[in-house]
Ligand binder design. Structure first.
Ligand code: HEM
Length: 115
């Protein structure tokens, strides 16, 4: 049995008429509390055992990137997000970006810098 999450995650009956639009701001809506409508890590007894670890790791990586770089520049000549569905959905064009280092260094709250 296969679950097509690319179809589930674009179900207009739950996500609304703009379900196909790449609009990450939709997550700012506190009323958006999907359960079985959103399954990036699967669900039930055989869900991804690394779900929490992966989300924590990604939050850490994003925080470190934000601390080190003041901007992320797009280097992809195609501006809109063009997806490609394999096992999961990803950008068909890859990730063409450049990271610009921060000019200001923000000290850690505890005064320590892991560098
Ligand atoms: C963004 C990263 C990841 C995503 C989106 C993801 C997603 C998934 C999904 C959708 C499943 C199938 C769940 C189901 O059938 O209901 C799965 C299973 C699994 N994932 Fe992940 N995963 C990620 C990262 C990882 C990592 C980093 C590991 C290991 C360190 C991992 C280990 C596993 C294992 C062992 C299973 C099989 C669980 C089972 O069949 O009982 N995953 N994952």
């Amino acid at each position: 049995m296969e679950l097509r999450v690319n179809i589930l995650h674009r179900d207009t009956s739950y996500w609304g008429a703009d379900a196909n639009e790449f609009r990450p701001e939709r997550w700012q809506d506190p009323n958006l509390q999907p359960k079985w409508e959103y399954l990036p890590f699967g669900g039930g007894m055989r869900n991804c055992p690394a779900h929490q670890m992966t989300v924590t790791l990604l939050a850490y990586i994003i925080t470190r990137l934000v601390r080190e770089f003041e901007a992320i520049e797009n280097r992809d000549p195609i501006l809109e997000f063009v997806d490609e569905y394999t096992f999961s959905t990803r950008s068909r064009n890859g990730v063409k970006i450049a990271l610009r280092p921060c000019r200001i260094r923000f000290p850690f709250a505890n005064g320590m810098d892991p560098k």
